[in-house]
Ligand binder design. Sequence first.
Ligand code: HEM
Length: 223
Amino acid sequence: MDTHNVPYERAFIFSAAIRIFHWLRALSILVLVITGFYIAWPFLVAPSNSDVLVQGWVRFAHLIFGFALCAITLVRAYLFFFGKSDIERRSFKDVTSVNSWIVQLKSYLWMGHLDKKGVYGPLQFVTYLAISVIAALICITGLVLYANVYHLGLGGMLGGFAAWVTGIMGGLAPVRIWHHYFTWVFIIFVVIHVYMAVWTGIRFKHNSVDSIVSGYDYHPKKH
Ligand code: HEM
C-alpha cells in the first residue's frame, strides 16, 4: 500500500508483555477494590446468620487476585528495568530535565506541543512511579494481614517479616487502616488515569487508549 499520502504514521510502543500485564493488573485492582470493600463492610449476611461462606468466598477471591497482584507488581518492575525496549526507561531523561516539566505542563494548558524522549511525560512518569510504590505497599500490608491469619506454608514463612512490619507500623489495626487508605489511592488514580488516557489522545492526536490494546500508536506524521 502506498503510505506516502496518509497523514498518520504508526509506531510500535508497547510489547505484548507490557499490554498483558497492564490488563491483568487492571482486572486484579478492580476485583480487589470490590472484594476489599466487601471484606471491610460485609453487608450481604445479617450478623445473626450462620452463613459465613459468602465472606469466605469473597476473602478467597481477594487472596487469589491479591497474590496475582503481588506477582504482577514484581514482573512489571522487572520489565521496566530489563525489558528489551528502552522506551519506558528513556522517559526518565525527561524527569530530570526542568525544561521537559515546563514543556509538559504548558502543553496541558494548550500551549505548545509535548515533546517526549520516551513514551511517558515527566508528570506521567512520576505518577506511575508513585502508584507502583503504592502497589508494593498494598501488597506488603496485604501479605502482613494474610500472614496474621494463615500460619502455615507461605504465611508461616512470612511470619517473621510480618511481625516486623506490624511492629514498625504500630500494630495490626494500623496495617489494616493503611491497606484501606491505599485502596482509595488506587480509586483516585484509576479515575484520573482513564480520564487522562482519553484526554491526551484527543489533545495530542495520538491513539493512546488503543495502544495499550494493540501496541501501536498512530499519530500525525511529522514533516
Ligand atoms: C489494589 C490492591 C488491593 C486493594 C484495593 C485491597 C483492598 C482491601 C480492603 C479495602 C480491605 C479491607 C480492609 C478493612 O478491613 O478495612 C482488604 C483486606 C485484606 N486484604 Fe487487600 N487489597 C489489595 C491487595 C491485597 C493484597 C496484594 C493482599 C495479599 C495477598 C491482600 C490481602 C488482604 C487481606 C488478608 C485482608 C484482610 C482480610 C480480613 O480481614 O479478613 N490485599 N483489602
